[in-house]
Ligand binder design. Structure first.
Ligand code: NAP
Length: 405
């Protein structure tokens, strides 16, 4: 077991020089982008540590490949393997169409209690952006990953459960709903899940010298769910013994100037937040939000820096972490060696950072940046960059490796 990553008592990782890391290649274009990503990650680790470190990638089954081999979409054994190895990486998985089948991605997050979905959003030079000043965009989203409307508690209109819920609502609130034609969904937001997410966001801000954490919520309308998220989020800030200051305090006590070494805890109503990040991106930094808000704002921010093809992501819990491409399986391009592997490659760089292998992570990012500045890119970028040369998925990976020289 000496090549297994273990957890220290303080929650940090103990990473051997040749750790075994499980991977799920994924469905559709997953195998293409995984092969390309692995090539880049292996090369960066080899170069950064003169061959003294190497990842021993271990295939685990999920999605269509798992169903074909085992009859299960997400075998228990795969989840166990990820749990015991602490760190894993995955390509996109198809959400099978069928009665009662949950999204496999949501299932992995919930089964492994990966409570924080972390999405850094930073502009890569040379990528076409719809914004005037994309260089000002440098944010990181901490999205609660286990509850809210994603919990999957809902009843179809006309079913006995929906009718019972409607009767209960009428009794408790006096609200009258059409009992035959109203679907019901439940939105749970809890104190403990909110606090652990916001604490993680604040800890990240402290560890990385980021100036602010913004709580994005719709608490003016949903007072006991999103409003409670704000209240509990502010309480979480109080646990950091004086390092956190609210915007109100900055104005009341310090005339609008943030005292040295303090991080400002901001609060923004969700709809306002969308215009804020578009019009004043430099004022936002770490963002913490409930699940559904996080889903929406992640894709907006990814689009602002050029789209999902280059947006990395991680799902992190207290016991393990899974790094994943943020886009889907793009099935029409499956097996064509065509799509952009950048999202999974950059998720791999996040994984290297998480392992403490920062030199390799930095090399991945700088080489990908150079490949894009060389205008030797996959179709999605080539069609937007004048004078670019289109490379296949594998060719883009080779180009990134060449940029490591
Ligand atoms: P999608 O797979 O993300 O693809 C939508 C479009 O986005 C593609 O047609 C392509 O645009 C572009 N695109 C996606 N990945 C790209 C890449 N790597 N490089 C360049 N362009 C890329 O979304 P979808 O078609 O809605 O979903 C397909 C399946 O993926 C569904 O089963 C869904 O459930 C699943 N899904 C999985 C995840 C996950 O595993 N985390 C996330 C989202 C969706 P063009 O057509 O313009 O070239």
């Amino acid at each position: 077991m000496e090549n297994i990553i273990t957890l220290n008592n303080d929650g940090s990782l103990n990473v051997p020089n040749m750790p075994v890391i499980p991977y799920i290649a994924g469905d559709g274009t997953g195998p293409d982008i995984w092969k390309a990503s692995r090539r880049v990650l292996d090369a960066a680790v080899e170069k950064s540590y003169d061959g003294q470190r190497k990842i021993d990638f271990l295939a685990v089954l999920a999605g269509e490949a798992a169903f074909a081999q085992t009859g299960e979409w997400l075998p228990k054994e795969s989840l166990e393997t990820i749990k015991t190895h602490r760190v894993a990486i995955k390509g996109p998985l198809t959400t099978p169409v069928g009665e009662g089948m949950r999204s496999l991605n949501v299932a992995i997050r919930q089964e492994l209690d990966l409570f924080a979905c972390i999405r850094p959003v930073r502009y890569i030079k040379g990528v076409p952006s719809p914004c005037n000043d994309p260089d000002a965009i440098n944010m990181i989203i901490f999205r609660e990953n286990t509850e809210d409307l994603y919990k999957g508690i809902e009843w179809e209109a006309g079913t006995p459960a929906a009718k019972e819920a409607i009767a209960f609502i009428r009794e408790k609130s006096g609200q009258i709903l059409d009992e035959n034609f109203t679907g019901i969904g439940i939105k749970p937001i809890s104190r403990d899940n909110t606090k652990r997410l916001v604490r993680k966001a604040i800890q990240y801000a402290l560890d990385h010298n980021r100036p602010s954490v913004t709580l994005m919520h719709k608490g003016n309308i949903m007072k006991f769910t999103e409003g409670a998220f704000l209240k509990w989020g502010i309480e979480a800030g109080e646990d950091f013994s004086g390092r956190i200051i609210t915007e109100q305090e900055v104005w009341d006590r310090f005339d609008g100037r943030v005292p040295n070494s303090k991080i400002v805890l901001k609060s923004r109503i969700a709809d306002n937040m969308f215009q804020q990040v578009l019009l004043r991106p430099a004022e936002y930094d770490v963002i913490a939000c409930p699940n559904l808000n996080g889903d929406y704002i992640s894709d907006l921010l990814a689009a602002m820096v050029g789209g999902l093809g280059l947006a990395p992501g991680a799902n992190v819990g207290s016991q393990c972490a899974v790094f994943e491409a943020t886009h889907g399986t793009a099935p029409k391009y499956a097996g064509m060696d065509k799509v952009n592997p950048g999202s999974l490659i950059l998720s791999g760089a996040m994984m290297l950072d998480h392992m403490g292998w920062e030199a390799a992570a930095a090399l991945v990012r700088s080489s990908l940046q150079r490949a894009i500045l060389n205008k030797r890119v996959t179709y999605d970028l080539a069609r937007q960059i004048p004078g670019a040369i289109e490379l296949p998925c594998s060719g883009f990976a080779r180009e990134i490796c060449a940029c490591m020289e």
